[in-house]
Design a protein around this ligand. Structure first.
Ligand code: ADP
Ligand code: ZN
Length: 439
């Protein structure tokens, strides 16, 4: 097998002064930004009422006096009640993909769109994308932010953008080959499928393309999945985090060191809180990410509960950027499921199964209840060469996966090994858990 290329990019910056800004100055900017954002937000009908008694905050501790904003509030109130400027200044609306319910609408002014494009450009430049790159955006275009969000950022850098959107895998491959695509943006589950598809039609993901970089985001994935994909394609893969409520992709992004995602603190104020009590946690403790927009005009959001679980990495990053990093998102607080009384995140299961070289690219978690007992089944696609191999070896593998899972998640699952290409695939966000107890 070809040696995996390990190549760190030169530490050039898109906006150097901002990216390596001194913490003290950054904190001053944040405090001012918070007050500014609160005042701006009060111009909206929703916050005008909610924050009417909130005075200027003098330090970061004061922030606990400000109430959270929740997803529920976004859903319950009229979308227009969050607009903090004259409607004539709004130039675009996006909405969430609705993975967990109804859509939330987010409004942007021209300046908001400009700032977002710059933020995304900052991310893309950080991982080595340049003017001469050919960027194929395999995320859905339209209301979903993964399309236009990355599109504008890539254009800002001056790259050639192929707005291919998600799906139509055959066409994607044709575009990649004919236009010599060097960078792609894609969900991790679709990237796994893309590799599978290439292999099925006799193409080598690592040799038959010009790909250098993939940006993956929009859904949780484990470090092992990244490594597996990096090996299959022989490229560098970076994790991109964002949510529509905070514009979309580009809120936090990995740098070439891939040890956490820099969250752009000149644009967002971050807190990590206990998801149950809402108390702010110490730096380094795991909890729910809460974000406040510091610059958005159209629709400022104050102390927004993202529902995403992560922690702040305290150490300074080797790349020199001073914006703190968050650890890859473990999942959403509402992704967690409980089996036999034990709390489990899909990401824990993914980490274990992707450690096995025999495991192919797709898996699914099924939970059922029989005679009052929870049954957790993990269906795992196995690489064709192993799948067709010795039945005893397969049994052995099944046993090893079951044991490893039991050790990590404390519940003994049923492990089903299945043929590659059998499980449903998606070009958007993957649905990994099927909980039949709720059906
Ligand atoms: P929806 O909530 O409808 O899925 P979005 O399309 O705005 O709406 O998705 C944002 C959510 O997607 C985030 O809150 C997070 O849960 C998930 N997400 C986005 N990027 C990542 C990532 N890199 N890793 C893990 N989860 C992610
Ligand atoms: Zn870094």
């Amino acid at each position: 097998m070809k040696q995996k290329q390990v190549h760190l990019f030169s530490s050039d910056f898109w906006e150097k002064e901002v990216e390596i800004i001194e913490r003290k100055i950054l904190e001053d900017i944040q405090l001012e930004g918070l007050n500014c954002s609160i005042e701006k937000a009060k111009k909206s009908e929703f916050y005008g009422e909610k924050l009417k008694n909130i005075k200027k905050i003098k330090n970061f501790e004061d922030i606990e006096k400000i109430p959270f904003t929740t997803k529920d509030e976004l859903l319950k109130h009229s979308p227009f009640s969050f607009i903090a400027t004259d409607l004539k200044n709004i130039v675009r609306v996006h909405s969430s993909s609705g993975t967990t319910g109804r859509s939330k609408y987010i409004f942007h002014t021209q300046k908001d769109i400009e700032i977002w494009a710059d933020l995304v450009a900052r991310c893309l430049y950080m991982v080595g994308m340049r003017k001469d790159d050919i960027f194929q955006n395999m995320m859905s275009y339209g209301l979903f932010t993964g399309g236009l969000g990355l599109h504008y950022g890539a254009e800002r850098i001056g790259a050639l953008v192929i707005p291919s959107g998600a799906g139509n895998t055959e066409k994607q491959i044709e575009l990649m080959r004919e236009l010599k695509t060097t960078v792609i943006h894609i969900t991790p589950s679709y990237l796994l499928y893309l590799a599978h598809y290439m292999e099925e039609i006799g193409l080598s993901p690592s040799n038959d393309f010009n790909l250098k970089i993939a940006i993956i985001g929009a859904e949780p994935h484990s470090e092992n999945t990244r490594k597996k994909l990096e090996n299959i394609f022989n490229i560098n893969i970076f994790n991109c985090y964002g949510l529509s409520e905070m514009n979309g992709p580009g809120v936090a992004f990995e740098c070439p060191y891939k040890e956490g995602l820099h969250l752009w603190e000149d644009n967002y104020y971050m807190e990590i809180v206990n998801p149950k009590t809402g108390k702010i946690l110490e730096e380094g403790e795991e909890g729910e990410l809460v974000l406040t927009t510091l610059k958005r005009e159209g629709m400022p959001l104050i102390r927004y509960r993202t529902g995403d679980l992560t922690k702040i990495i305290k150490e300074k990053c080797k790349c020199g950027r001073t914006h703190r990093r968050i650890q890859r998102i473990k999942g959403r607080a509402d992704d967690m499921f409980i089996v036999k009384g034990v709390n489990i995140f899909p990401s824990q299961i993914e980490t274990v199964i992707m450690e096995f070289p025999e495991v192919d690219k797709n898996y699914q978690i099924v939970i059922d209840r029989k005679e009052g007992l929870d049954i957790l089944t993990i269906q795992v696609e196995i690489k064709r060469e192993f799948f067709k191999g010795d039945i005893n070896e397969l049994r052995n593998l099944q046993e090893k996966i079951r044991e490893k899972l039991k050790e990590r998640i404390l519940v003994t699952p049923v492990v089903e090994l299945i043929e590659p290409g059998t499980l449903p695939t998606t070009t958007g966000k993957a649905k990994r858990v099927i909980d039949k107890r709720r059906l």
